[in-house]
Write a protein that binds this ligand. Structure first.
Ligand SMILES: Nc1ncnc2c1ncn2[C@@H]1O[C@H](COP(=O)(O)OP(=O)(O)OP(=O)(O)O)[C@@H](O)[C@H]1O
Ligand SMILES: [Mg+2]
Length: 272
């Protein structure tokens, strides 16, 4: 369903993805973990076709996405719901119109079908009373939930969630986790969930992958990950400061630029 093979991507002067391999099956919910800046959002952008790899192969829904252009790429994206990390709502449209946008853009249904569909997905995230509000009139957590409603409105075959519960209160987080779980059991939907919330990760993930230094460092079921003997995995899941997972890597030094950033011995140590 989603296959990333030996994917490489350099951004901001460093190799963010460096030989990234991952195979996600139809109907699977995969949780992607990793320290901040390791490339989780970049991975999602590759899956949806917003970014192309420098090297490697990405197959999604049976297509090699590097070969898709224009209308074909748009058609491909329509089959994928994407909850952006920041919600990515348009400030000048109310929630109802924001959620309806993918349906209207794609001219997929009539006005009354759009209305029904928007009401349904807003209800799923408990926002049906707020359809007339602008993004600036609601809280950050509500914006996140509205972004999720928009990701689901076209009945996608794949849903990518970039930190769906960050900034949400525990009850709203449980609501989102339940929604992800319901989607899992009720349909053949494939889901990729980036989260820093370990309780959610273990609850919703069929498998969990840990991204480190541009590669999948560990991959397994919740139990396999919990019982992993890899010190990097246990450092991450227990949030320990000391361990093999160093700070976010710095860009490789550019020979022609003179900067004293690289002279900090603490930073140098953390590059390795
Ligand atoms: N468009 C871009 N141009 C340059 N650098 C980028 C771009 N997008 C991402 N990066 C860099 O790639 C690295 C990975 O970014 P990414 O957003 O994927 O991190 P992340 O794992 O999602 O982190 P977080 O948990 O903080 O959201 C970061 O160093 C970031 O600065
Ligand atoms: Mg991110």
């Amino acid at each position: 369903m989603i296959k990333l093979q030996n994917v490489h991507k350099r951004l901001g002067g460093r190799a963010v993805l460096a030989g990234f391999d991952l195979d996600i099956g139809r109907g699977e919910t995969l949780v992607l973990l990793g320290r901040s800046g390791t490339g989780k959002s970049v991975t999602l952008r590759h899956i949806v076709g917003l970014m192309q790899p420098d090297q490697g192969h990405i197959e999604v829904l049976g297509s090699d996405i590097s070969t898709l252009k224009g209308r074909e790429l748009m058609k491909h994206r329509r089959r994928i719901g994407y909850l952006f990390q920041d919600g990515a709502l348009l400030n000048w449209l109310n929630l109802g119109d924001n959620v309806a946008l993918p349906l209207r853009e794609n001219m997929l249904c009539s006005a009354s079908e759009i209305e029904d569909r928007v009401f349904k997905v807003l209800s799923q995230v408990e926002l049906e009373q707020h359809a007339d509000k602008l993004p600036s009139e609601i809280s950050g957590g509500m914006r996140k939930r509205a972004g999720l409603a928009r990701a689901l409105v076209c009945n996608p075959e794949i849903v990518l969630y970039d930190e769906p519960t960050s900034g949400l209160d525990p009850i709203s987080s449980s609501l989102i986790n339940r929604l992800i779980d319901d989607l899992k059991s009720s349909t053949q939907i494939t889901q990729v969930v980036v989260t820093h919330d370990m309780a959610s990760a273990f609850e919703i993930g069929d498998r969990i992958a840990l991204l480190h230094e541009g590669k999948v460092r560990a991959l397994g079921t919740a139990d396999e990950v919990r019982n992993s003997s890899d010190p990097a995995v246990s450092q991450f899941i227990h949030g320990r400061i000391e361990g093999p997972l160093a700070r976010e890597p710095l860009p490789e030094p550019q020979p022609e630029t003179e900067t004293d950033e690289g002279s900090d011995p603490q930073q140098k140590e953390n590059i390795q």
